[in-house]
Write a protein that binds this ligand. Sequence first.
Ligand code: FAD
Length: 473
Amino acid sequence: MSTKQFDVVVIGGGPGGYIAAIRAAQLGFNAACIDEWKNEKGGPAPGGTCTNVGCIPSKALLQSSEHFEHAKLHFADHGITADNVAIDVAKMIGRKNTVVKQNNDGILYLFKKNKVSFFHGRGSFVAAKDGLYEIKAGEEVILAKHVILATGSNARQLPGAPFDEVNILSNDGALNIADVPKKLGVIGSGVIGLEMGSVWRRLGAEVTVLEGLPTFLGAVDESVAKEAAKLFKKQGLKIELGVKIGEVKSAKDGVTVAYTDAKGAAQTLAVDKLIISIGRVPNTIGLNPEAVGLKLDERGAIEVDGDCKTNLPNVWAVGDVVRGPMLAHKAEEEGVAVAERIAGQHGHVNFNTIPWVIYTSPEIAWVGRTEQQLKADGVEYKAGQFPFLANGRARALGDTNGFVKFLADAKTDEILGVHIIGPMASELISEAVVAMEFKASAEDIARICHAHPSLSEATKEAALAVDKRTLNF
Ligand SMILES: Cc1cc2nc3c(=O)[nH]c(=O)nc-3n(C[C@H](O)[C@H](O)[C@H](O)COP(=O)(O)OP(=O)(O)OC[C@H]3O[C@@H](n4cnc5c(N)ncnc54)[C@H](O)[C@@H]3O)c2cc1C
């Protein structure tokens, strides 16, 4: 049997990889994707971290836990009686698993539809010869003219506290806790820690978040971070900043974390379960980069230039395994851009307009620069802010926390950053992304007709606020 040869072989079937393979096939290439993720039956589960243990399952659990909290705390405001509200955790996890499977199956369907050959198993470099790359794809060896590496990332381990996924949990275990823990500890107050902490807090756990940095949500606009800290505290989430983690001990009945608090005092946190969410590390395990001389950087990420080109001819890398924000949509954009560059087109990713979202309640979303960044960069700017409290739709929803904030250039009025904390911030941010991509001014948004009543009117009003002419506040 002759060796199968492809124009483009993608290693990794997460959002970076599977999207790159589909785009390559759309452009007329004979494309293949290799992914090793297994479902519980050992079958293929493409979609990577995002689909299996990241974006999708976390949002499924956030939705379930939000319904639970609404039923317990807010239904009564609507005149709805819901006595004895209870949570069946196994059913909730089962629903989450179904959502994941629907996404896995969807990707397999998309591969078929776009004629992408799928190999289930590990992809490793074997050798480079005669302008082609020899790649082990599961049990087969295939040849590729172009290779796109999209092998993603893994949860960072805390030295001395390895994940056992029973008591000491990574994101994987945090998405599969069998019963609501009475006390839950979270090390790391980043996006994942806050989202996972929110799920289990809403379901009744007493959650304590320990954060090494002295500031809360340092990458977020300061006024948004301040509002978030206030609201999370009100919800009962305990957050301790500036701590130094010491020994973590896991026993049958739980975990103890010794730490020094911000004042230097020795403390101990005893919890039933501990989630460690202190960032993620690029994953090149199994890729066998040495076989072809693929260069990694000091963080273990695959070294790439601005176009996602590695040091090897016709080898590209995208997503979490390269520099830049570890976000699914950034991985996808890079995947599309690389496929287009292989086709001789001008694939483009604008790092200045990549939106960020934290799916807590209220949600937090932003694009562009924060007020503190603009100050540090010496940029003259105008700020406009509008609270959801003054928005009719937010009042009707019963969700009036937070605000929309615009930052625009003082002279040109170009939008430099938009920061939202409030209901559906994840959806509202898209308008700001589009505006910034088209280099719109705050005035442009202020003059566009927005549906009434809608949360998006808060965006328009924040744009009006830049010129100090809000109409409803
Ligand atoms: C709990 C959690 C929540 C998150 N929520 C969000 C969110 O809401 N929004 C957002 O934008 N991002 C979110 N992220 C981040 C997001 O999941 C990642 O940025 C995204 O998955 C990166 O995509 P990728 O394609 O680079 O890699 P991955 O999704 O990690 O996919 C890599 C794939 O490659 C496979 N692979 C690796 N090595 C090999 C090999 N040698 N051979 C074959 N296959 C291999 C892996 O099995 C995996 O399937 C979240 C992450 C976590 C952990």
